[in-house]
Write a protein that binds this ligand. Sequence first.
Ligand SMILES: Cc1cc2nc3c(=O)[nH]c(=O)nc-3n(C[C@H](O)[C@H](O)[C@H](O)COP(=O)(O)OP(=O)(O)OC[C@H]3O[C@@H](n4cnc5c(N)ncnc54)[C@H](O)[C@@H]3O)c2cc1C
Length: 415
Amino acid sequence: MSHPQITIIGAGAAGLVAAIELERAGYRPLLLEAADRIGGRLKTDQVEDFLLDRGFQVLLTEYPEVKRYLDLKALNINTFRPGGRVHTRQLNFRFADPLREPAQIIRSTLSPIGTLSDKIKLARLGLKLRAYSAEDCFSKSYKEQPTIDYLWALGFSEQIVERFFRPFFGGIFLEQELRTPAALFRFIFKMFGHGGAALPAEGIEAIAKQLAGQLKQTEIRCSTPVASVAGSVVTLADGTEVASPGGIIIACPPEKLLPQIKGTPVTWKSTTNLYFYSSRRLKENRLINLVSDPTSLINTYAVLDEVSPSYKLKGQGGSLISVTLREAITRDIQIGQAEQDLLRHSGLGNDSLRFLHRYDVKQALPDHQHVSYAYDPSHSRLADRIFLAGDHQLNGSLDAAMRSGRLAALGLLNY
Ligand SMILES: Cc1cc2nc3c(=O)[nH]c(=O)nc-3n(C[C@H](O)[C@H](O)[C@H](O)COP(=O)(O)OP(=O)(O)OC[C@H]3O[C@@H](n4cnc5c(N)ncnc54)[C@H](O)[C@@H]3O)c2cc1C
């Protein structure tokens, strides 16, 4: 007997994982995607002879859902080196993670990233979180406490907050105040402590492609925006009605599809990411560069082809540099300013740098005041046989997007 039709709206990581789970249960879901290709926020473009991810994004290899659904070997991942390089107005120094690279303990002890007491606290925090489960990281008292308050409560100095935590986690959370709940900080810190930050050889979109490659019974329709959902009927923007008696998973922000939905709509954090090509090779040892300089527009930058050489499609010389700005910018004039800042921090010569591309990602990460790791699958039920998925349901991470897709599918299957 064939299963009733289930429709999934949105072919980002959440929708794709939901489809994988439904297929495993014997369904042949219909996956509707507004954009011209799958992937959602996991997108990579070819610009000239380079692979450019839409926004600087890394794959944390220890994410539980990554281990569940992705074949990292087949993704041919390349990892960043643990630690990083800090650029202040006066200083430029490398710091190491002694827990990941014990041979670097002297470098780590001597680095001016913070006081000796900061370094001891950092190592203790790393060891403590290593012993915790992911769920422990999200325990109740940390789901709303801002990260910055958590760091002050742990006794970290202003020096290490400004030189390390603010640029590093500001770059991950896409906000400089570090108001993102400490639970997510604890989880991400734990993930960095256990595993690597990686780039798939074919770019970040390869993650979505690998998820989609696992689908054998799902019909994927791109360039098919959904206008509304009512009962068991999905109405497309062109007016076509799609009957979905088996249920609906909304794996995108639901407000526009269901105007009657209660609660506050998802709010988003934005980011601007610039790409430059330098004809001179910039050697950064596969480290992420953190900029702790209030006069600079830049928050972080990285030489991508050092980590993943295939980002330079023709193996050409020079370096591909991805720059994430502290704040999303609104005026083109600021690109020139960012370029000057990059020259200053990197020490590259004026004539070696060429601007390649700019990405403004308006809806980059959900702006949560409260985050979660997981929930009972029935929790994401909105109405009869309508379930919600997407990172905005839990926390702003790939892990959360994938988990929400799995839980929504399980909710529907057990309904
Ligand atoms: C710049 C940037 C950096 C990031 N860095 C990291 C990182 O380092 N580590 C990490 O873990 N996470 C990171 N993330 C977050 C991660 O990419 C997301 O959490 C994840 O990709 C979200 O997947 P999703 O399926 O929930 O949503 P999305 O990927 O947004 O998918 C939703 C899909 O629904 C579609 N859709 C919307 N409306 C409709 C409609 N009406 N009809 C049909 N389809 C519709 C959209 O087109 C989209 O394809 C980053 C994100 C960005 C943008």
